[in-house]
Unconditional design. Structure first.
Length: 282
């Protein structure tokens, strides 16, 4: 036990409480988050890309592909599409996080972090917190594009806030997956090669087209895709066309399903990412 010398007598130092350890771990994690956000500020090209990408996706899917797609129950396709693009922006962040992790590993930053007297989970926590704030920026750009093409949140501010809250919860869970992928793969070029594999996850669902026209086996996969639940939840909360279309339980209860998927991912990925961070340098 450590002690504090007082005169000639050694007095035991007060034991650090669990609350104090948690507080310092949060402080360390926020310091990591500020460091990651500082990188974004020093690379304005990344900020510009996060604003241009939503506009490209809205034009590509809303005006080019959308002319050939009918919305279930009628309605404007771009209003139907926007919740799908919100969800796609949310989920594809897994590659952004994984790339940032592998870059830090390649430059030895992770090794320096592990040599510091900080909590094991503080570094991944900080990285996911920074990713969450970056996601907010991407969603703002997407909202501006959506408003420009006629999309509206028809059920009021509270429901819209609930929809974006679900998207951020899912993004936070997915970002822990990015941490795990980056720590497991360790090579930036390998993560870059995996980028095309993420898009089928967002395409295989109800983000861009209804699931009713898919073959039965494919429809089953699409309707149980967590992305489909998030899209359906957003359509329901925004009051956009195509809400609650599908026979699977997640599409009949999309808000509950999105929360459940997110919490399940967090329960698995947080301890997994923390363990990988602790052991990756050995």
């Amino acid at each position: 036990m450590s002690s504090i010398l007082t005169g000639e007598e050694a007095v035991p130092a007060p034991a650090e409480t669990r609350a104090a350890r948690l507080r310092w771990a949060l402080v360390d994690g926020l310091a990591v988050a500020r460091r990651d956000l500082g990188h974004v500020r020093r690379q304005p090209g990344l900020l510009l890309a996060s604003l241009i990408f939503p506009a490209v996706m809205v034009v590509l899917f809303g005006y080019i592909f959308g002319s050939a797609i009918s919305v279930p129950g009628g309605g404007n396709y771009r209003a139907y599409l926007m919740p799908g693009l919100f969800a796609m922006t949310t989920v594809t962040g897994v590659i952004v996080t994984a790339t940032a992790v592998t870059d830090d590993l390649a430059r030895g930053v992770m090794d320096r972090f592990r040599s510091m007297p900080i909590a094991r989970w503080a570094v991944p926590f900080g990285q996911t917190a920074a990713d969450l704030l970056a996601c907010v920026l991407g969603l703002v750009g997407m909202v501006i594009c959506g408003l420009a093409v006629g999309w509206r949140a028809n059920h009021g501010l509270a429901s819209a806030a609930g929809a974006f809250g679900l998207l951020l919860l899912l993004r936070y869970a997915v970002s822990w997956g990015g941490i795990a992928i980056g720590l497991a793969i360790r090579k930036p070029e390998t993560v870059d090669a995996m980028t095309p594999l993420v898009f089928p996850l967002t395409m295989l669902g109800n983000a861009f087209v209804p699931t009713a026209g898919m073959p039965a086996w494919l429809r089953l996969v699409a309707e149980w895709n967590p992305v489909s639940a998030a899209v359906a939840a957003c359509r329901e909360l925004f009051g956009n066309p195509g809400a609650a279309t599908g026979s699977a339980w997640p599409l009949q209860h999309p808000v509950v399903a999105t929360i459940a998927w997110s919490l399940l991912l967090l329960a698995v990925l947080v301890p997994l990412s923390t363990r990988l961070y602790t052991t990756s340098g050995r």
